[in-house]
Design a protein around this ligand. Sequence first.
Ligand SMILES: NC(=O)c1ccc[n+]([C@@H]2O[C@H](COP(=O)([O-])OP(=O)(O)OC[C@H]3O[C@@H](n4cnc5c(N)ncnc54)[C@H](OP(=O)(O)O)[C@@H]3O)[C@@H](O)[C@H]2O)c1
Length: 214
Amino acid sequence: MTDPASPHVLIAGVGGLGAHMVDEALSRGARVSVLVRDEGRLLARIGTDTMARLESVIIGDATDPEALDLALRGVDVVLSGNGAHRTMARELAAACRRNGAKKLCWPAGGTNVMSEDGVTPAYVQFVSQWPAAEAVYRAHQACIDAIRDEGINYVIFCPGRMASIGHLSAEVRGAIRVNRPAGMFVSYEDAAWVMLEAALTDAYDRELISAATA
Ligand SMILES: NC(=O)c1ccc[n+]([C@@H]2O[C@H](COP(=O)([O-])OP(=O)(O)OC[C@H]3O[C@@H](n4cnc5c(N)ncnc54)[C@H](OP(=O)(O)O)[C@@H]3O)[C@@H](O)[C@H]2O)c1
C-alpha cells in the first residue's frame, strides 16, 4: 500500500507516454491519479493490476475546468500525457494555479529547445529535411507560452520520436540536456523517468529539457 505521505501526482491523458509515467510514478512510491476520457482505453493500456494501484481515476476531458478541479483535488504535481494542445495547456495551467499544484510537467517537442548556439530554435535546423518542423514548433510553442502566461512553476520536456523499448536505460540521468537537443529518439521508459524526475525534484524547474536513448 502506498504511504499517504507520498507525493500525489495526477497524470492527465494516458497514452504511450502517460502509461509509462503511471508505471514510473508507482515505482517511485508516488500516489497516482489519472484523468482520462475513456476508462476502457485506460484499462487496455495499463491493465488491471496497475489500475488497482491507482489512487483515483477521473473520467473527463482535460480541457474541462470542472473535471480538472475534481482531478486536482489534493494533488501535488500534474504531468500531462498529451502535448501540442493549446487549450489543454492553458486549462491545465489555470487549474494548477487555482488548486495550488506545485508544478505542471508538459511534453513539447525536440523542435522547441535551442540549437547548440543557444539562440536559434532547434526546428530551424530541421526544416530543410522536415518541412513540417516549423508548424510543429509553433504548435508546441503556443502551449509553452500558455503555461508561462499562467505564472505557475513548470518543466517542459522536449523529446524527439518516442516508442517503447521495454526497459529503462542505465544512463538516463546523464542523457538529460537543458534547453539543447539531446537526439532524435527517446524511449517511453526513459522519457517517463525524466518526466517523473522533473516532477518530484526541483532540478529542472522552469526549464525546457530534452533526453535521448542511445
Ligand atoms: N510520440 C512521439 O513520438 C512524440 C514526439 C514528440 C512529442 N510528443 C508529444 O508527447 C505527447 C505524448 O506522446 P504519446 O506518444 O504518449 O501520445 P499518445 O499516445 O497519442 O497519447 C496522448 C494521450 O492524450 C490523451 N488526450 C488527448 N486529448 C485529451 C484531452 N482533451 N483530455 C484528456 N486526455 C486527452 C489521449 O487520450 P485518448 O486515449 O482519450 O485519445 C491519449 O491517451 C504527444 O501528445 C506529443 O505532443 C510525442
